[in-house]
Design a protein. Sequence first.
Length: 183
Amino acid sequence: MNDISMNTSTVMSGPSGRAMAQPMETSLVEALYQHLTMERNSSAQYFAMSLWFAERELRGFASFFKHESLSEQEHASNFANYLIARGQSVVLQDIAAPNQQWESIESVICHAFQMEADVTSSLHQLYSLAERATDTRSNVFLDPIIESQTKSEDEFAHILGKVRFANEQPPALLIIDNELSTN
Ligand SMILES: [Fe+2]
């Protein structure tokens, strides 16, 4: 050991026992757990939507929502990995049974659009909490996520617009279904 070696006790450990550069405020950690749960609920909900379309021969919509379900699971995983990187333990909360009853294709897409908007609001709340806690690492983590979330809203608004335009006419709905199958 030379004189410039660090005393190992100066490195903080987080709740998980991993090295931690900066402690996190409890309120921010709790909000991140809740957001992670929201992503897992979205994944379950999109899976249910995928099945609803598969039962109605709309395989393009079904495959689009299956893909969305998997990407929400990826988002949840991204939040879990971030918490671990910050020395936190990840608490997985209960997830709700998804809705499986809709009266029309338009009501499924409206539901999906509203879920995306709710996720965006939750991300904005996390962003403000991180700013108030001067937890810049969290703001940097959230920046690209918020940007891609805004793109998701746009994507669902576009699909909703097309479904409304189709006005429940099967030929038009089959064209949209076909477009979604190539995504
Ligand atoms: Fe997501």
